[in-house]
Design a protein around this ligand. Structure first.
Ligand code: ZN
Length: 537
């Protein structure tokens, strides 16, 4: 019924077809233009009792609830507290893939959060009702019309009227125009995979929205069902609300699990503004000064909120994030980062730990309470600091390993749960950092896709993935071109999330593509884009 085109987390863009008429979700049903939506509204079974009755009187609710075949229609949610509302939306979204409509709930202000939690269809009932109470709405705030001196909007209504001649009907039209603008903006945020960054910033306008965001983050399992592990958008953690976001949670979950340090010597370094870190001015200076002394040394880069072993610096979101740098670290920040750093350190058997860090970074390392050699004095790139670091490294015995191969080894484990050793020997890394490629003899096996911070897959690896049933999709007997639609999918690995690289096959391996939806959706939905074909055998 919904034909999915793009996912960004739980939010989605898709097409609806009702009696031959097409609509795009996220959709606002405009009650000022009823004729346009008459068929759609007419086809809906709203039931007699509001959805909120479910918690108060479940038996009566079962009898009186709406029993729509095509939509989940949840009425009366505007009376709920932020916690109850989020819990209800999560429950509704988990119950079904059907389009979710929440009548008389949306305003321009809460709309981004509603879509973020999976609401597909809203309406302008509240913006109309509020207009008749004299409330003039904007994307981020609301005013009593009579408190305004001029109209801070350039919709058609506001361009052609002044505060004085705006009546209730005109305010309703303006409020509706703002809703439409907000929907358009949200769609673009979904297309650019940026909705969470947007929602996080937007939530600051209202304590209730901030509460909803935080309550949502208490449920990472909900987001895990839909959220991409690799994204083309930049992660911008700007406050401590970002620490609990799904991308950060997933990075630590996977990276801590996949990290297998090879050396007994660990060097801890501070992050850099430029990513990947290795290409930054500070890291290049340190690396060129130390030269071969660094080979055989494990490195972990401390940032906030990310902590990144060097072998994961090309993995999303480590490859593409930006944090505000002030030099000030809060107590919570130090505790959060130290806890993650400790988990990575526990994965190794380090005899020597050298920390070439200053300021807040040093506080993080000190709070671990373990034996560490500190080498920085003032700037980490000062001559004095670099000399100290050189001396410390000259005194330790190291086990040599190939850093670039180790990067592929870790990315394979992180992305597919596959071991590099399963690809056999004769493996070699070619290319110029960070655009590295893994070869086996003359065959290209994998390539680092720096846009998504992930591995792209070529045939020898695709064959191994099929053997191991990792990120595979069985399709019907047809010749796939450009896009594979959900209707053509027979089976799919349940681990698949949007943007994942998958291999598709029927009797035999056919090719490699990028998932548009989750593996479960590919199987359960009968419409929409499932896989974008990248290459065929
Ligand atoms: Zn306006």
């Amino acid at each position: 019924m919904i034909s999915l085109e793009k996912r960004d987390g739980v939010a989605r863009i898709g097409k609806l077809e009702i009696d031959g008429r097409k609509f795009e979700v996220p959709l606002m049903i405009d009650f000022l233009e009823r004729y346009e939506f008459e068929d759609l509204i007419g086809s809906m079974d709203f039931g007699i009792a509001p959805y909120v009755l479910r918690d108060i009187d479940p038996k009566r609710f079962e009898v009186l609830k709406g029993k729509d075949k095509n939509f989940i229609i949840a009425t009366g949610l505007s009376v709920l507290s932020p916690r109850k509302l989020v819990e209800t939306l999560i429950k509704l979204r988990n119950d079904s893939f059907k389009p979710l409509y929440t009548p008389a709930l949306a305003t321009p202000k809460n709309l981004p959060l509603l879509v973020y939690f999976g609401v597909d269809i809203v309406d302008n009932i509240l913006p109309i009702v509020k207009a008749y109470e004299g409330i003039y709405m904007l994307e981020n705030c609301e005013f009593e019309l009579k408190s305004l001196k001029s109209l801070p909007c350039n919709c058609e209504i506001c361009r052609n009227h002044s505060v004085k001649d705006l009546d209730e009907e005109l305010i309703a039209k303006h409020n509706t125009a703002v809703m439409k603008r907000q929907i358009k903006l949200i769609k673009e945020q979904i297309r650019s995979e940026n909705l969470r960054n947007f929602v996080e910033a937007h939530a600051k306008f209202d304590p209730e929205l901030t509460a909803m965001l935080r309550i949502g983050d208490e449920n990472p399992e909900f987001f895990k069902r839909y959220c991409a592990v690799f994204k083309k958008s930049k992660l911008t953690p700007t406050s401590e609300d970002s620490f609990s976001r799904y991308e950060v949670f997933t990075f630590f979950e996977r990276a801590i699990d996949a990290y297998k340090p090879k050396s007994e010597v660990l060097l801890i370094l501070p992050c850099s503004a430029r990513k990947p870190y290795m290409l930054s001015r500070s890291h290049s200076k340190i690396r060129s000064y130390l030269g071969d002394l660094l080979s055989g040394v494990e490195e972990i880069i401390v940032s906030s909120p990310l902590v990144v072993p060097r072998v994961f610096e090309l993995t999303y979101p480590a490859i593409n994030y930006d944090v505000p740098v002030t030099g000030y670290w809060s107590g919570d920040e130090i505790r959060f980062v130290a806890e993650k750093l400790a988990k990575f350190i526990e994965k190794g058997r380090f005899d020597v730990i050298i920390a070439h860090v200053e300021g807040g970074y040093k506080k993080v390392v000190e709070s671990l309470g373990i034996d560490v050699i500190f080498t920085a004095e003032g700037e980490v790139t000062s001559q004095k600091s670099l000399n100290n670091l050189r001396k410390a490294l000259e005194c330790v015995a190291k086990r040599d390993f190939d850093l670039y191969l180790s990067i592929f080894e870790h990315m394979l484990r992180y992305q597919f749960g596959i071991e590099l050793s399963e690809l056999g020997d004769n493996l070699k890394v070619k290319g110029r950092y960070p655009n590295l490629e893994l070869f086996k003899g003359k065959d290209r096996i994998a390539r680092i896709d720096v846009n998504y911070g992930m591995l792209d897959v070529y045939m020898p690896l695709a064959k191994l993935m099929l053997e191991k049933n990792a990120y595979t999709v069985r399709i019907d007997n047809f010749e796939p071109k450009g896009m594979i639609f959900a209707v053509g999918v027979k089976e799919a690995d349940e681990r698949i999330r949007p943007n994942d690289i998958v291999v598709f096959y029927n009797d035999e391996l056919i090719g490699v593509g990028r998932a548009i939806m989750t593996g479960i959706e590919m199987v359960e939905m009968d419409r929409g884009y499932a896989i974008e074909v990248k290459r065929k055998l």
